[in-house]
Design a protein around this ligand. Structure first.
Ligand SMILES: NC(=O)C1=CN([C@@H]2O[C@H](COP(=O)(O)OP(=O)(O)OC[C@H]3O[C@@H](n4cnc5c(N)ncnc54)[C@H](OP(=O)(O)O)[C@@H]3O)[C@@H](O)[C@H]2O)C=CC1
Ligand SMILES: O=C(O)[C@@H]1CCC=N1
Length: 274
């Protein structure tokens, strides 16, 4: 039956019930996807069972989950992808859409392993998808058309921002927004720790750091102003902020962030090559 619009909500099988598989199951349910149209499978059945209980979805082994799915969502580690594809290829429904969140693994790996003409879409989500504040890039394979991208957008509807990109940009998306929450958590932790160093109670320092990051991000989004312009507005001549930013520059914090994103992109390319 595949993914043609029959009026019935497509059946989604999520293979891999770890951090990202669990996040996507939660987002599907938060977006109103019926629990009986979502099946989760994990090599560790206890993980799949726990997710099924938490989100009121079905649980099955990989092959049974795939055999009844219109959309197969692969959420296993990149090095597990070839084995998972070998397992699912013989039981994949004709016309079913295969979606993978694995970092680095190129579309051609999926297309070579699956029956000719199988539509494949790569997705690079991030963990704030769990609270509807995620950012995902999606890239279509050769047999994936607009209807498949639209279906992936429907699957991701409750995760937050979804942008369509060419596959050649997915390593950069992975490095920037896929891994990005870790950098921001790192910054929040460092800011809060600095507050504690200056004598603030830990809870207060943490709340101030979180509100500052949240408010600053919202201000960029809402005003559309360039972050450098907004930074200038905080920086009184001869004041505290220019002193702080000069110290950040002296410690190469900007260069460090650029190096971090570049290193993550390089690692994504390595994962794809292995
Ligand atoms: N975490 C993140 O922020 C993001 C992750 N991703 C991508 O998501 C994918 C999963 O990452 P993440 O959720 O963090 O990893 P996890 O290790 O948390 O989840 C992977 C799960 O898949 C299970 N598994 C392993 N082999 C199989 C198999 N053959 N069939 C079914 N399940 C299997 C694992 O079991 P076991 O632990 O027993 O091996 C584990 O429960 C990766 O490819 C990653 O690149 C993408 C964007 C963001
Ligand atoms: O660290 C990783 O490899 C995965 C991909 C992007 C975020 N987490």
């Amino acid at each position: 039956m595949g993914t043609q619009d029959t009026g019935v909500t497509p059946a989604v099988a999520v293979l891999g019930g770890g951090v990202m598989g669990g996040t996507l199951v939660a987002a599907l349910r938060a977006g109103g996807w019926p629990g009986d149209r979502v099946t989760v499978a994990d090599q560790d059945a206890s993980k799949a069972d726990a997710l099924a209980r938490e989100h009121d979805v079905r649980v099955a082994g990989n092959r049974d989950a795939v055999a009844s799915a219109d959309v197969v969502l692969l959420a296993v580690k990149p090095d597990v992808v070839p084995a998972a594809l070998a397992e699912l290829a013989p039981v994949l429904r004709d016309g079913a859409l295969v979606v993978s969140v694995a970092a680095g693994v190129p579309l051609r790996v999926y297309e070579d392993a699956l029956p000719a003409g199988t539509p494949v879409v790569r997705v690079m989500p991030n963990t704030p998808a769990l609270i509807g504040k995620g950012a995902s890039g999606i890239a279509p394979g050769a047999a994936a058309g607009d209807e498949h991208l639209a279906l992936v957008e429907r699957v991701l509807a409750a995760t937050g921002l979804v942008v369509r990109v060419a596959e050649k940009h997915l390593d950069a998306v992975t490095a920037l927004s896929g891994s990005g929450p870790a950098y921001v958590f790192y910054v929040i932790d460092a800011l809060a720790e600095a507050g504690v160093l200056l004598g603030l109670p830990r809870d207060l320092a943490s709340r101030l750091a979180v509100a500052t990051v949240e408010g600053s991000a919202a201000m960029v989004a809402r005003t559309g102003d360039h972050p450098a312009v907004l930074r200038e507005r905080v920086s009184s001549p001869g004041g505290t902020t220019v002193a702080g930013v000069a110290a950040l520059d002296a410690h190469a914090v900007r260069a460090g962030l650029v190096a971090g994103v570049r290193a993550a992109a390089e690692r994504s390319r390595e994962l794809g090559a292995s």
